[in-house]
Design a protein around this ligand. Structure first.
Ligand SMILES: [Zn+2]
Length: 862
């Protein structure tokens, strides 16, 4: 599964309390059995993994033309038992959706409690059992639209649609049959075996899958177009709904090539052939994630693959990464699966880690070490520097809480940690270890300790201790350099001390390269940190440096407290550092130092505006522009922003004119669009939006114009309402048009309309399109609307637990982030603190979500 910025999902889960109420009044149950709590409790999963063997599902769904009509389903579940045993299936739907249950040829009176269907032991026997269930499928995870639907069962949402054992370590073979309206396309994990039309309905039967878990079982059906391509003797199929034919034509070859290249690379790296037979993928508008790795049928967010002509280098890289990420999952996650979702990060980290390796050869002009640094460190630090930091590996008692595990620590910190692991084992040793792991656990499950043990035999270092600090515990080390010079001006000693900012006395072992910098070059000194104080003995005797960056090669991880001399040197000369990676690393460290108030906002803005025109690396330019924007909106009060704006806009306009490629131009233009404040600047932006002002070398897609219209409206330019209306009428793509219409009230200059725009989100049916909600929240809480938006802070916090219960996995964190990102006032900070004080029993993970989302606010408001 790939994290990405845009997602949605129709999705309602039954409130836990409601289900408990059903359980409590069920006379058959007597005292409540904790393994029959709602969701999928770990105790129930352990019980089932012990007793259920050789599992197979034969599943049928009849999908009607109208989405208001129920999807009818039936299944035969085949499994073996060593002895008669109760069989508990998960099905989070009202009881009357189960039409009949049979075991063998006999009807069974199954109990129904708290989202579980219980077949008594007396109805089962030792050896083979077959249970036949007729049901009405739940819609919650079927993502039903007027003319298409798709399943999304991760992490444990299959049982919202059909009765099953919804846990990752009960892998099963699936035989699927679908009845769909004639004229619909269908795709599933298995290859299509046969298709028979009778009147309005077409029946399609799919080949039985190899063993896969419920969260990877998937199908999509509806009005899709299908593109087919051959690469290296393999047929790839792309299902999509894009109406812009030229857009598809422009992207299709690149998309197929990227898949084929990733596949070939992975077969070579793992030493295992692609395990799933055919290879299809489906491009879904407003898909919840960047992608989801269903074996044989990957689902993607259409927008992350079908790029506009104006795509930036980052978007092109992002697409290659997403495709390689999902393809890596065919081995890591799909072939070998975590035993339980507490280890979901393992598959994510390997997919991210390998995606970086795969993408590199396709982008020879990119500095990939810099890419790794910028793709992972800033976002991982954004959580790890806060009081809401979470560990990589977390306990998980029930799969219905699995969503809160996902976030930047899994997606961005864990790859840094795994790169350290690769340094410990060596590239070859690491790959061989992974091959052994994939071979040993093929079509089965494994835990992180299984992998640590397997790899531990390949190194003398204490992997268990290393894993404990980096994987089991939260937070990051704070590292400080101490430099002493001899009277002759050479280095007498260079030491690195580490400290646990959370006061637990944790020591983080790590390998890093200290950059000892001079005017025209930097020397890299390898250091292995084990204890609290590390003496960098090989630095001794070198010429006195101008700066010391402990993270010079971007390998180390932590809060690097820069010494006074280094801070002063960087503030005056960062652009003179010749190596782009060292510069990028210095910027990441500097931002930490700004947030820690070791560098003032004025110093930082001056530094950024001075060095930006001299920055030669596009990735660094993007990083600096994003820090600049964050500093501008977060650290400067409105009056100072206005004072700073003319110079800043001039700099950005010069940047747009100076740079050469469309990708660079849109990077600069987007920064301008984001920060424009002066009357001149906003008028120019409006002329660009009206297509009166052309920018040479830059063309705008519909999505660009939509964003321009929204940015103009939030600035309340005269005629903002007409601009929004015109943009709505201009928008061709129906999905984007609906989204735009949904977001429009959040842009109104009328505060009471914005109040109503917010009030909508109290109702679950108005939160179903999560990307739409997040975009609305972004503009409702825009820094220019901060004062009025203060009244949204408390209700946004109050809604969080419900959002966690009912929303998709990334939604709680993104909801909170979009609610707080525009705020910098002490009053907003107080509202957050009061909320936390009033809710001492808020689950720890939600508390962490609040604390990490509020971190910038707390810093700005202090
Ligand atoms: Zn993934």
């Amino acid at each position: 599964m790939a994290n990405s910025d845009l997602k949605t999902r129709v999705n309602v889960s039954l409130p836990r309390l409601f289900l408990w109420a059903i359980a409590a009044v069920n006379p058959c149950l007597g005292a409540i059995d904790p393994s029959l709590a709602p969701g999928v409790p770990e105790s129930l999963a352990r019980e089932r993994a012990e007793v259920i063997l050789s599992l197979r599902y034969e599943l049928s769904f009849a999908i009607p033309d109208k989405r208001t009509e129920a999807v009818r389903g039936s299944e035969t579940i085949r499994f073996a038992l060593r002895a008669p045993h109760r069989v508990v299936l998960d099905f989070a739907q009202p009881r009357d959706r189960v039409r009949s249950v049979r075991v063998g040829d006999k009807p069974v009176e199954a109990d129904f409690a708290a989202g579980h269907l219980i077949i008594p032991a007396s109805a089962t026997k030792a050896g083979e059992n077959a249970s036949r269930i007729e049901f009405l499928a739940g819609n919650d995870s079927l993502n039903r639209n007027d003319d298409f639907l798709y399943t999304l069962f991760v992490p444990a949402r299959a049982h919202f649609a059909w009765p099953c054992f919804d846990q990752p370590d009960l892998k099963a073979r699936y035989s699927l049959t679908l009845d769909v309206p004639s004229g619909w396309e269908v795709v599933a994990n298995g290859a299509e075996l046969e298709r028979a039309a009778s009147g309005e309905t077409t029946r399609v039967r799919f080949a039985e899958t190899p063993p896969i878990p419920t969260y990877l079982f998937a199908f999509a059906a509806g009005k899709f177009r299908v593109e087919t391509a051959e690469r290296s003797g393999r047929t790839f199929r792309m299902f999509h709904r894009e109406t812009d034919v030229r857009k598809v034509a422009r992207n299709r070859d690149a998309i197929f090539d990227l898949h084929a290249r990733a596949l070939a690379w992975l077969e070579d790296y793992t030493g295992i052939k692609y395990p799933w037979g055919k290879f299809d993928f489906v491009l879904i508008p407003s898909f919840q994630f960047g992608g989801m790795e269903h074996p044989g049928a990957i689902f993607y967010n259409a927008a992350s693959l079908l790029l506009d002509e104006s795509a930036t280098q980052n978007q092109l890289l992002g697409r290659a990464n997403t495709i390689s990420h999902e393809t890596s999952h065919m081995w890591f996650g799909d072939l070998v699966t975590m035993r339980w979702f507490n280890d979901v990060w393992m598959k994510e980290v390997m997919a991210n880690f390998l995606a970086a390796k795969i993408v590199n050869p396709s982008f020879p002009e990119i500095n990939h070490d810099l890419r790794f640094l910028l793709a992972h460190y800033p976002s991982a630090y954004a959580i790890d520097r806060t009081a809401g930091a979470n560990p990589i590996r977390q306990n998980l008692e029930n799969l219905d809480e699995a969503g809160v595990l996902y976030g930047a620590i899994i997606y961005d910190k864990a790859p840094v940690v795994v790169r350290q692991l690769e340094m410990i084992l060596g590239e070859q040793g690491f790959r061989d270890g992974m091959r052994e792991y994939l071979k040993r656990y093929s079509f089965a499950n494994a835990t992180w300790p299984d992998l640590v043990q397997l790899l531990g035999t390949r190194t003398p270092e204490n992997l268990a201790a290393w894993s404990h600090a980096w994987v089991d515990l939260r937070g990051r080390p704070e590292l400080t350099t101490h430099l002493r010079l001899e009277p002759n001006g050479t280095i007498s000693s260079l030491t690195l001390t580490q400290r646990d900012p959370l006061g637990r006395g944790i020591l983080w072992p790590q390998h890093l390269q200290v950059a000892v910098g001079y005017a025209d070059h930097a020397e890299s000194v390898a250091v292995s940190i084990q204890g609290a104080v590390t003496n960098v003995s090989s630095a001794r005797g070198r010429k006195a440096p101008l700066f010391v960056l402990p993270n010079g090669d971007g390998l180390g991880y932590g809060m690097f407290v820069l010494d006074e001399q280094t801070r002063r040197y960087l503030a005056g000369h960062i652009e003179d550092i010749p190596d782009a990676l060292t510069r990028g690393s210095a910027w990441v460290d500097l931002w930490d130092n700004v947030l820690e108030a070791r560098l003032t906002r004025g110093e930082f803005l001056d530094l950024a505006t001075r060095s930006l025109p001299k920055e030669s690396d596009e990735q660094n330019t993007q990083l600096i522009l994003s820090y600049l924007s964050r500093a501008f909106w977060l650290l400067f009060p409105p009056r100072e922003r206005i004072a700073r704006a003319p110079k800043l806009e001039a700099l950005l306009r010069e940047g747009i004119a100076r740079v050469r490629t469309p990708s660079q131009k849109s990077t600069w233009f987007n920064a301008f669009r984001d920060m424009a404040l002066t009357a001149d600047g906003v008028t120019w932006l409006e002329r660009v939006w009206r297509r009166e002002q052309k920018i040479e070398g830059l063309t705008f897609a519909e999505t660009d114009e939509i964003t321009m219209a929204l940015e103009l409206a939030v600035r309340e330019v005269p005629g903002w309402q007409q601009i929004l209306d015109a943009q709505r009428d201009r928008t061709q793509n129906p999905d984007r048009k609906s989204e735009f219409e949904f977001v429009m009230p959040a842009l109104s200059a009328d505060a009471s309309v914005r109040d109503q725009a917010f009030e909508r989100f109290r109702k679950i049916e108005n939160r179903r399109r999560e990307p739409w909600v997040l975009l609305s929240m972004h503009y409702l809480n825009h820094p220019l609307r901060e004062e009025q938006a203060l009244r949204f802070v408390a209700p946004s916090l109050e809604l969080l637990p419900e959002i966690q219960r009912t929303g998709d996995i990334f939604f709680p964190e993104r909801w909170m982030a979009s609610a707080l990102a525009g705020h910098r006032s002490p009053a907003a900070a107080k509202t957050v603190r009061d909320f936390l004080a009033r809710h001492p029993n808020l689950p720890e993970r939600l508390r962490w979500t609040v604390l990490s989302s509020a971190d910038d606010l707390f810093r700005a408001a202090r």
